[in-house]
Design a protein around this ligand. Sequence first.
Ligand code: ADP
Ligand code: MG
Ligand code: MG
Length: 208
Amino acid sequence: MDVALATAWLRAAAGSVTAEADLLTRLDAAIGDGDHGVNMRRGFTAVVTVLDGTEFTAVGDVFVRAGATLISKVGGASGPLYGSAFRAFGKALPPGARADLPGLAGALHAGLEAVRKLGGAQPGDKTMVDAYQPALTAFEEAVAGGAALPEAAAGAARAAGDGARATTSLTARKGRASYLGERSAGHQDPGATSTWLIFQALADVTAP
Ligand code: ADP
Ligand code: MG
Ligand code: MG
């Protein structure tokens, strides 16, 4: 991944969370406070503005800046969580203009660790972790099996989508949805859904 692909990914993610903002908000209205689509759209719009105004030489810096922007522009749980994830992802990438597949896998791992450290969620708690964890596992397995980036990204996106859909039956144990207890079951988690959109954006921009 080079700087051009990094910015293309974030722009595609911005386009996708903007296009799906109503869905994300509807999901959040059912088990939260109905602002997830607005939060994501606001944050990623600000990220695109930063990308438009910055020349990057190191690929990691793209994500460090994106993460810092999300932290500063998005209130609510998802801003700090996604912001920390992208910042940790960027910091973990090898220095320089491009990152290879093992470097990307390691950085994805660091991003998930940042989410888990900040939010304390385990898999099964009905959060973005339930899309991110399976996506990471799929990505790592694809890389270990010799796959190139398009295939690894497509596998990660599929796994994230499956993970997001599987949150429907779960009872939330973290975030606002946990206030509902068992009444949170029967609804798909908004943050897991936006995580799927972000991985799908990577699959889209790398697709042959
Ligand atoms: P808020 O809940 O503050 O309004 P958002 O609606 O933007 O923030 O984001 C809600 C999403 O954030 C949830 O659907 C969930 O996926 C994620 N989330 C909330 N708390 C946590 C946590 N502790 N760990 C991981 N993800 C979390
Ligand atoms: Mg919300
Ligand atoms: Mg909120």
